[in-house]
Design a protein around this ligand. Structure first.
Ligand code: ATP
Ligand code: MG
Length: 517
């Protein structure tokens, strides 16, 4: 069954149910993306599992989310259960080997896997707006916040950094509005409330450092197998927007960080986007366009994206058109919408004269699917009615003890476990506010002491005044040539200096608004 450079998916059947031929995914088209669809319980997760196994064995690292907790078993050796052996026999899979796979567990909450974090700065305003379901006005304010932070090199690491910046923007709204565009106080207020909600939902776990390095999801083992990163997503699914935004952020990171490699022998990474409808549900048009763009362009970076969802109508047509490798499990066709989905699914396949796709889709058994993959020069194969192979790893979850064992020997053990809170916007702004208050107090004192020509003040913490300010001595107005600075101007200047010394260049954002390297 094994063929060089190909991943065995299952065996197709002729109209009389006899064996037709093996169905494969050609690894050199693995970066041409894919789609796994089907109603509940029809076999999508198992299909994802056998594809992940196949990619891993071919040395391709995999990232997937474990939405229901039933995918973790991929890290344990399979058991020869009767129904699995029966399937293996039915499709002529011989030998049917059992195998455990190298998994790395991840968890935004750090409970079932290594912590995954990113920083606010890295996520950027577009995805953050999506995460908050922001209105246009709120998005405008967020854009300004990021502009202030980006231009000023003010690190926005965690939720409290953004909160501090928003507070600062509220206090200086009129000055900042002149410089950056209108800052509506009510939008500011809404964003601040939304941040509180996010915090209550546990999103603060996700924002901070150390941020995930994508090289850690692109590992291979010494024996040349690709690591399978499994994101625990059962708890995460209770906050579907966080789930979708997180995966989108990861995709955008991969896109921004990986170099162009054209069309490789096999993908560098395969990314499964389960419950993909959450990505597109009520997503603003501009976001869908950007996703479409990223999916189109990420191919030449060697990344294959596989969407998993119940209904092919969940995926916008522009994205659908780019998904070359397709596994369509059974769909129901009771309601008009369901019938439309069946028709859409059927119409996207290269027809097989032996059967009518639309009819077959509604009659497929569990673990059976219509399969079409790219072949030859990259054209879709004739669709075949296919029995999907049984997995080599365990079907069903790991026990807690098994998961713990896996975590204990994980190659990224210890790298992400502790929070790291370096100086960022929150601390900088807090310090600045304290200094400003101190300066104002001193200015008042000075004005009282020496009213003539001394009513202007500057912020300590700049230039020559730094030492005096930090040593607690009174800031004196310089004898001549100093300019009046508002707190805001001063703060922004300081921020600009931070950029010059720490970052060294302005921040540039990519298609989905995350940082460009
Ligand atoms: N290729 C297969 N070989 C053997 N059994 C299979 C196969 N695919 C599915 N099954 C059986 O069908 C069950 C349901 O499959 P699966 O969990 O993949 O469905 P699903 O489409 O992911 O469902 P849901 O939408 O609820 O997540 C499996 O637990 C397994 O018993
Ligand atoms: Mg499933």
């Amino acid at each position: 069954m094994l063929q060089e450079g190909k991943l065995y998916i299952g065996t197709s059947r002729k109209p009389d149910d006899s064996i037709n031929k093996g169905e494969y995914l050609d690894l050199k088209f693995g970066n041409r993306h894919g789609l796994i669809t089907g109603a509940t319980g029809t076999g999508k997760t198992v299909t994802l599992q056998i594809l992940a196994e196949g990619f891993s064995n071919a040395g391709v690292p995999v990232f997937c989310a474990d939405v229901k907790g039933d995918l973790s078993g991929i890290g344990a050796i399979g058991e020869p259960k009767d129904f699995l052996l029966k399937r293996a026999e039915q499709i002529g899979l011989s030998p049917y080997d059992f195998q455990e796979f190298p998994v790395i567990f991840w968890d935004l909450y750090g409970e079932k896997g290594h912590r995954v974090r990113t920083t606010m700065s890295e996520m950027g305003p577009l995805l953050l707006s999506r995460l908050m379901n922001a209105t246009d006005a709120q998005e405008g304010v967020l854009n300004i916040a990021f502009k202030i932070a980006d231009e000023g090199g003010l690190p926005l690491l965690d939720l409290k950094d953004l909160q501090a910046l928003l507070k600062y923007m509220g206090e200086n709204a009129s000055e900042l509005s002149n410089q950056f565009g209108f800052i509506s106080k009510s939008s500011l207020g809404s964003i601040q409330r939304e941040l509180l909600i996010l915090e209550q939902q546990g999103a603060d776990h996700f924002f901070g450092e150390p941020a995930l390095r994508i090289t850690d999801i692109m590992r291979t083992t010494n024996d040349g197998r690709g690591a399978i990163s499994v994101l625990a997503a059962d708890k995460l699914m209770m906050n579907p927007r966080l789930y979708a935004t997180f995966l989108l952020w990861l995709l955008s990171e991969l896109f921004e960080e990986l170099p162009e490699i054209g069309d490789p022998e096999k993908p560098r990474l395969v990314f499964f986007f389960d419950e993909a409808h959450l990505l597109f549900n009520d997503a603003p048009k501009v976001l869908v366009e950007r996703v479409e763009q990223v999916v189109r362009l990420i191919r030449s970076k060697g990344v294959g994206v596989y969407f998993v969802t119940q209904n092919p109508l969940d995926v916008p047509e522009t994205v659908l058109a780019q998904l070359g490798n397709r596994v369509q499990h059974a769909l129901r066709a009771y309601t008009p919408r369901e019938q439309k989905a069946v028709k859409t699914a059927a119409d996207t396949f290269r027809p097989n004269p032996d059967f009518d796709c639309a009819t077959v889709i509604t009659t497929l058994g569990t673990g059976e699917a219509l399969v079409s993959t790219l072949e030859g020069k990259g054209s879709p194969s004739v669709v075949e009615r296919t029995l999907i192979r049984p997995p080599s790893s365990r079907l069903g979850p790991l026990t807690e003890a098994e998961r713990q064992n896996t975590l204990n020997v994980s190659p990224v053990r210890g790298l992400y476990d502790e929070d790291f809170d370096r100086e960022s916007a929150y601390e900088i702004l807090a310090e600045r506010t304290a200094k400003a208050a101190e300066a104002a107090r001193q200015a008042e004192e000075q004005a009282a002491e020496a009213p003539s020509g001394r009513s202007r003040w500057t912020l300590p913490g700049f230039g020559d005044d730094t030492d005096e300010a930090s040593s607690g001595r009174r800031a004196r107005p310089r004898s001549s040539g100093y300019q009046r600075e508002t707190i805001v101007e001063a703060a922004l200047k300081s921020v600009a200096r931070t950029v010059a010394t720490q970052v060294g260049r302005a921040i540039v954002r990519g298609i989905l608004g995350s940082l460009k390297r």
